[in-house]
Write a protein that binds this ligand. Structure first.
Ligand code: CP
Length: 301
């Protein structure tokens, strides 16, 4: 495999190989010297056409831990503002002898388009509402770490499913690994095709929490909403907001995840986000090992 464009197209064996490789890198990251020479002859460009905190820093750190040379591109301070196209931008970066492109872009399918036109390895760091494969890999890896395995676990993805690339990649990855997947949210924030993906659908957040072993809570993505959707943030927080009192009222202890950034007080209260249910910062920690594994494996091809 030369690119990681999405979870769609991967096999269970591919994901298991990424996890086994990430296990090794996680051990490395816990040593006093956190660096290995694996990618010392590779140059990677992080090409971000959309804002990011976790994904961009996590990829950059993963590249540095692998001893790769790294350059960072942000469209907001680039010649994209003067009208340069995506392909011209990337071809100019590649002319500087870059081997791998990590790209975030607002257009679904943009990394697939690049893959047809350039020779370098491509890693999709999020393409619009489509996929965010490394997020789904680090989420499933974190469930495996917390619960021993992903197979047989009940995972509820709760929130703005319609606009979420995290939801789609998580559904694909969790199903490949044998988890049962439910989505929960207001009907206006669920895609019409959702049942075709083979997931359970629940509109009542309490019932979803009562059903699941793991709740992956998503943000309302106002920046992707073309029209004003019902509910408003205030209504969403009233009917779907998850707080510690709600978690404590369940008859079992569930794990709470969130890909970040959290809108505290909307989808998740601070007392829930910071509670002992939460593995949110473990997800961020695991992201570095997962991204090291992905880039290490791609660089072999
Ligand atoms: N989870 C995630 O993609 O966060 P960023 O947008 O900060 O990268």
């Amino acid at each position: 495999v030369k690119h990681l464009l999405g979870i769609k197209g991967l096999t269970r064996a591919d994901i298991e190989l990424i996890f086994e490789t990430a296990d090794t890198f996680k051990e490395v990251l816990n040593r006093p010297i956190k660096k290995v020479p694996s990618l010392r002859d590779i140059t990677v460009a992080n090409v971000f056409f959309e804002n990011s905190t976790r994904t961009r820093l996590s990829f950059e750190l993963a590249q540095k831990r692998l001893s790769a040379d790294v350059i960072n591109f942000s469209s907001s301070s680039s010649s994209v503002k003067k009208g340069e196209t995506l392909l011209d931008t990337v071809n100019n970066i590649l002319a500087m002898k870059v081997d791998m492109i990590v790209m975030r872009h607002s257009s679904p399918g943009s990394p697939h388009f690049l893959a047809k036109h350039i020779k370098a390895n491509i890693v999709n760091a999020g393409d619009g509402t489509h996929e965010h494969p490394t997020q789904a890999l680090l989420d499933a890896f974190s469930i495996r770490e917390e619960h021993g395995e992903v197979a047989g676990k009940k995972v509820a993805i709760i929130g703005d499913i319609l606009h979420s690339r995290v939801a789609l990649s998580n559904i694909f990855a969790l199903q490949l690994l044998g988890a049962e997947v439910m989505v929960c949210g207001p009907i206006t924030l669920l895609p019409k095709y959702i049942k075709e993906l083979g997931v359970k659908v629940e509109l009542d957040v309490r019932k979803a929490l009562q059903w699941c072993d793991v709740a992956n809570v998503l943000r309302i993505q106002l920046e992707r909403q073309q029209i004003k959707y019902f509910p408003s943030l205030r209504e969403y927080s009233l009917y779907y907001g998850i707080n510690k009192k709600l978690l404590d009222s369940l008859d079992k202890k569930i794990t709470v995840m969130h890909p970040g950034p959290i809108n505290r007080g909307v989808e998740l209260s601070s007392d829930a986000a910071d509670s002992d249910h939460s593995i949110i910062l473990n997800q961020v920690e695991n992201g570095v090992a997962i991204r090291m594994a992905v880039m290490y494996l791609l660089a072999q091809n």
